[in-house]
Design a protein around this ligand. Structure first.
Ligand code: SAH
Length: 265
């Protein structure tokens, strides 16, 4: 039997752990992530962190919100990163929670660099990224022998928020599925550019919204219809866009919540 107290890394005072907590379902936490919640003096989380994950924080630990509300930053990234340094210098065990994986579109790299430059000891705890965990809960295999030999994870916009900076024709390789993070601001534009790059308009596309939570929704369409579907159903973030033949598996393999397929149905 593994003991959480003795068999995992000890959370030393004055250190920061950047902890990936997965896409929502607390069952997707790693043992290291759980250990960080149970040993931290201070837990800093943002909007993507599920409330059920925070329920696992050790009683007595301080919990601080540092994220965006209603799209407006309540703290800017610089403040958050600098506060990690300050708290560590006070001798606290600081757990900085990130949705999914801290190094996948999570700005974990920026925060880790600031810690490194300031001589603060840190650990990166990988998490299940939404593109992997969310697809599993949507019943969409990231790869399948019959459909795709590769899968590409990308963001719907660059650091400047500009879809035009992405070379969509280079991404449109036959036999490659796309999993696009943060697509909602540019859905129509993305679908148009992918079609212009040679993808048939009837290429299957799906939106996977609030994956792995009780509010999970999977909307299936095509490149031609997906933006309209998103609007008519009022889809909001966090949502992933999946493009490629793998989307077709959802009908057969969707197993979570309303997606459960009745045998023989
Ligand atoms: N570090 C995170 C990604 C942060 S970027 C990770 O590894 O998952 C934020 C984007 O991630 C969202 O806009 C959305 O595209 C995706 N995302 C995060 N959680 C999600 C969820 N539960 N369901 C669907 N998409 C999610």
């Amino acid at each position: 039997m593994i003991s959480i107290e003795s068999d995992f890394a000890r959370f030393e005072p004055g250190t920061v752990w950047l902890v990936g907590v997965g896409p929502g379902d607390p069952g997707l936490l790693t043992l290291l992530a759980l250990q960080s919640l149970q040993q931290a003096d201070l837990v800093i989380y943002d909007a993507l962190v599920d409330g059920r994950v925070l329920d696992l924080v050790r009683p007595g630990a301080q919990i601080v919100y540092a994220g965006k509300r209603g799209g407006r930053p309540s703290h800017d990234q610089k403040d958050i990163t600098e506060s990690l340094v300050d708290y560590a210098r006070e001798g606290l065990r600081v757990a900085r929670l990130k949705g999914g994986d801290p190094f996948v579109f999570g700005r974990g790299g920026e925060e880790a660099r600031t810690l490194a430059r300031n001589g603060i000891s840190f650990r990166i705890v990988p998490g299940i990224t939404a593109g992997i965990g969310g697809l599993a809960y949507a019943g969409i295999p990231a790869t399948h022998r019959d459909t795709n030999a590769s899968v590409l994870f990308l963001t719907g916009h660059g650091a400047d928020g500009d879809v035009a900076s992405v070379d969509w024709s280079r991404l449109s390789v036959a036999g490659q599925a796309l999993v696009i993070y943060m697509p909602l601001g540019h859905l129509e534009d993305i679908a148009t550019r992918l079609t212009a790059a040679g993808n048939p308009a009837d290429t299957p596309a799906a939106l996977v919204c609030r994956a792995t939570t009780p509010e999970q929704q999977v909307v299936v369409g095509t490149l031609a219809t997906i933006a309209t579907e998103a609007n008519s159903r009022g889809i909001s973030p966090p949502t992933l866009l999946v493009v490629g033949e793998i989307v077709r598996f959802h009908g057969e393999l969707g197993w979570f919540l309303d997606d459960i397929v009745q045998p023989g149905a």
